[in-house]
Design a protein around this ligand. Structure first.
Ligand code: SAM
Length: 280
């Protein structure tokens, strides 16, 4: 018998991942994007948006634990958290592990991603029923403009910066985020890979540096994202971010104090990367 395969259509990657598929569980189109749920013998269920794999069941923690716990543990008291994107629920699940969190607002433009996740990804979508979670279906770029001095942590867990996600990497957006954060707020965004998206990483870092006094970069290795050496750009109004400032008291698979500190690039290499001295 021949394998059924799914070939990814990633607009930003110079290679295409090809996955063996055991079942196609869902195929449809929302107002915003094509949505598929496929099952792979190796990776479990996978959520695919516009031909790009967003989440797999096997390795998702390598992304969600890093995007959530690094900014939350860099903040002494993250009571109010805003997640932009993240419709699969994985980041929300990790954020809600923090007892100090009183309110987590998740703003995903596409209501259907949330519904699909509730149906096909119960291990990711557990947080949607938590009383501290508030779900909004709106463009995060517009949503954040209505707030000033409101959130302790803002997380951008979006699709690749094309189409309606592109605005979430602009300097304008970073200025709105800065205003929406409290005076000691922390911001983080997934910012693609060092290998295949170096120019994009650098541009985002330079834009953040125009707006925030503290800007840094940390990474995780994620098998399903082309380029693998995945970056998270973090910016802070006041607190240093390279170490947790609270006891790591949440249950995780990989994140802990040591992993937090090791996730940051050595400062010499970080400077070379942002200045452009490091190139391929
Ligand atoms: N972890 C994933 C990754 O890096 O590939 C991201 C997963 S999550 C499903 C991405 C979500 O961002 C999608 O559900 C999409 O609808 C949402 N999104 C993209 N642009 C957005 C915007 N401008 N405002 C709100 N949500 C947005």
């Amino acid at each position: 018998m021949r394998d059924i395969v799914f070939i990814e259509r990633d607009p930003y990657a110079p290679i295409r991942h090809c996955y063996t598929v055991s079942k196609i569980l869902y195929q449809g189109k929302s107002e915003y994007q094509e949505i598929q749920v496929i099952e792979s013998p190796e990776f479990g269920r996978m959520l695919v948006l516009d031909g790009v794999v967003q989440v797999d069941e096997k390795y998702e923690f390598l992304y969600h634990e890093y995007i959530a716990h690094v900014p939350l543990f860099a903040h002494p008291n993250p009571e109010n958290v805003l997640i932009i994107g993240g419709g699969d629920g994985g980041t929300l699940r990790e954020v809600l592990k923090h007892d100090v969190v009183k309110r987590a607002v998740l703003v995903d433009i596409d209501r259907q991603v949330i519904e699909i996740s509730k149906k096909f990804f119960p291990s990711l979508s557990v947080g949607f029923s938590d009383p501290r979670a508030i779900i909004v279906n709106e463009d995060g770029y517009k949503y954040v403009q209505d707030y000033e001095n409101e959130f302790d942590v803002i997380i951008v867990d979006s699709t690749d910066p094309v189409g309606f996600a592109h605005v979430l990497t602009t300097e304008d957006f970073f200025r709105f985020v800065h205003r929406a954060l409290k005076e000691d707020g922390v911001f983080v965004a997934q910012t693609e890979s060092i290998h295949y998206h170096l120019e994009m990483v650098r541009t985002i870092q330079q834009r953040l540096k125009k707006v925030f006094p503290i800007v840094d970069l940390y990474t995780s290795v994620i098998p399903i994202y082309a380029g693998y050496w995945w970056t998270f750009s973090i910016a802070s109004k006041k607190h240093p971010v390279r170490s947790p400032v609270r006891d790591v008291n949440v249950e995780t698979k990989i994140y802990d104090k040591e992993m937090h500190e090791h996730a940051f690039l050595p400062t010499g290499f970080y400077k070379k990367l942002v200045s452009g001295e490091y190139k391929y």
